[in-house]
Design a protein around this ligand. Structure first.
Ligand SMILES: [Zn+2]
Length: 159
């Protein structure tokens, strides 16, 4: 289905069974809304290799580059509430230091964070679909709520 938009490709999907999309990028939730079930994406690990972490911030295109300056003394995690080991045990200052020094530990920790972020994003999308709150979940995430926070408000009764 090369050369088609996501919507054009979705129109050709099988009604039953899994449908796959390679490289969903930042349009993953839109692809899920169109009916895609499976993704194959290297973005989380590629970003990590370049010192970039996924964050719930649409103003920064949902990513932060820790190799840039400005994280000195920042004692917060990459993303508040993230259950990954990097966010539970390390702060942005330390991770930025490791990343600028090109320590492999930084790549490992950022990979753990980015893969956890994506796992939370799609896992909670699945839970929101089951609960009938996917549109609210997707809207909250695209508005800047973390996936682990957005699932709570998407499963509550709507207005
Ligand atoms: Zn994390």
């Amino acid at each position: 289905m090369k050369g088609l938009t996501s919507a054009e490709a979705a129109a050709r999907l099988a009604a039953e069974g899994p449908n796959a999309l390679p490289v969903p990028g930042r349009h993953g939730l839109a692809a899920i809304a169109l009916g895609l079930d499976v993704f194959d994406c290297a973005v989380p690990t590629r970003l990590a290799r370049h010192g970039t972490a996924l964050v719930p911030d649409p103003a920064s295109r949902f990513r932060v580059n820790l190799r840039r300056s400005g994280f000195e003394g920042d004692r917060g995690p990459i993303a508040d509430g993230c259950p990954c080991p990097a966010c539970r045990h390390h702060d942005r200052d330390y991770l930025a230091y490791l990343s600028r020094a090109e320590e492999l530990t930084a790549v490992r920790l950022l990979c753990l964070h980015n893969l956890t972020y994506m796992h939370q994003l799609v896992g909670n999308a699945r839970a929101a679909i089951v609960a009938g709150g996917f549109a609210r979940y997707a809207s909250a995430v695209m508005g800047g709520a973390a996936p682990w926070a957005a699932i709570r408000c998407s499963c509550e009764p709507g207005p």
